[in-house]
Design a protein around this ligand. Structure first.
Ligand code: LIP
Length: 271
C-alpha cells in the first residue's frame, strides 16, 4: 500500500491520537495548572499541552521519519518544511485548553495529515469521553464505526448554531455583537469551547451549523475534514476557503443564508 495513502495515514493518526489522549487524561487526573500564557492573559497553556504535543511529534518522527509536523505549541520548528508530495501533520494537542483546565469534558486531541495543502486524513478524540471522529478524503466521516451525516435543516430560523470567541477582549466584544445580531434569526447559539469538537458535533447533526473567526490550522484541520465528509459545506466568506478570517460549516441549504447574515454582520471583521 502507498505509505501516504489516506487510510494508512489515518491508521497512524488514530494510534498516535489515542495514546496522546490517554496522556492528557492521566495528567488531568494528576492535577493540572497554567504553565504559561500566550496571546493574552486568558490564552493559557498547561504542562499537558506541551507534553502531549511532544509525545505526538516524537511518535510521528518514529513512525513517519521525514514527515513535517505543525503543532500549536511548537509550531513547525521541530521538523522543518514539507517537500512536494510530502506529508505534513497538523496537531492540536489539547483543543479546548480552557475546558481542560476547568475540568469541562469538552476538549480533544486533533491530528490531521495534509498532502500538498489538502487534508486527506484526520482524527479528533475527546480526551474525557473517548468519543472519536475520523475521516479520510473521499472516504466519509465516522464516529466509533458509525458513518456520519450532517443536519438536513433547511430553515435558518430553526438552526442551532455553535460558535466561539477569541482570547482578545476586543475581538470577543466584536464576536459578541455578531452573536447578539444573529441570535434573533436562528433557533439558538451554543458555545462549547473547542473548535475541533464543535465541527465534529456539526458533522453528525448535534448542532445544525458552526462558525468562528480566528481559528488556526490546528484548531480546524481534522474537524473540517470530518465536517466536509459528513456533507457540510466548510468555507469562509465570499468564496474564500475556511481560514483565520472565518470558518463557516453548514449544510448546503443553510450555508448561503448563514453566510449572508454573517457577511452583513462583518463576522470576519473586528480586531
Ligand atoms: C480554542 C478553540 C475554540 C476557541 C477558543 C480557542 P485552544 O482553541 O478550539 O474554538 O473558541 O478561543 O481558540 O486555544 O483551546 O487550542
Amino acid at each position: 500500500m502507498d505509505r501516504s495513502a489516506p487510510a494508512e495515514l489515518l491508521d497512524i493518526a488514530v494510534e498516535v491520537a489515542r495514546d496522546a489522549a490517554a496522556t492528557a487524561y492521566r495528567m488531568r487526573v494528576e492535577g493540572v495548572s497554567v504553565a504559561a500564557t500566550k496571546s493574552t492573559v486568558t490564552d493559557v497553556v498547561t504542562a499537558a499541552d506541551r507534553a502531549v504535543e511532544r509525545q505526538v511529534v516524537d511518535a510521528l518522527r518514529r513512525l513517519r521519519p521525514g514527515d513535517a509536523v505543525l503543532g500549536e505549541e511548537y509550531g513547525a520548528g521541530e521538523t522543518g518544511p514539507v517537500a512536494p508530495g510530502g506529508v505534513r501533520w497538523i496537531v492540536d494537542p489539547i483543543d479546548g485548553t480552557v475546558n481542560y483546565l476547568y475540568g469541562i469534558p469538552h476538549c480533544a486531541v486533533s491530528l490531521a495529515a495534509e498532502v500538498d495543502g489538502e487534508v486527506v486524513a484526520g482524527v479528533v478524540r475527546n480526551v474525557s469521553t473517548g468519543e472519536e471522529w475520523t475521516a479520510t478524503a473521499g472516504g466519509g466521516a465516522w464516529r466509533d464505526g458509525e458513518r456520519l451525516r450532517c443536519s438536513t435543516e433547511t430553515d435558518l430560523g430553526q438552526a442551532l448554531v455553535a460558535t466561539g470567541f477569541g482570547y482578545d477582549p476586543g475581538r470577543r466584544a466584536h464576536q459578541a455583537r455578531v452573536v447578539a445580531e444573529l441570535i434573533p434569526h436562528i433557533r439558538d447559539i451554543r458555545r462549547f469551547g473547542a473548535a475541533a469538537l464543535d465541527l465534529c458535533l456539526a458533522a453528525e447533526g448535534r448542532v445544525d451549523a458552526y462558525y468562528e473567526k480566528g481559528l488556526a490550522a490546528w484548531d480546524q484541520a481534522a474537524g473540517a475534514l470530518v465536517a466536509t465528509e459528513a456533507g457540510l459545506l466548510v468555507a469562509g466568506l465570499g468564496g474564500l476557503p475556511a481560514g483565520p478570517d472565518l470558518v463557516i460549516a453548514a449544510p448546503a441549504a443553510l450555508f448561503k443564508p448563514l453566510h449572508d447574515r454573517l457577511a452583513d454582520l462583518d463576522a470576519s471583521g473586528g480586531p
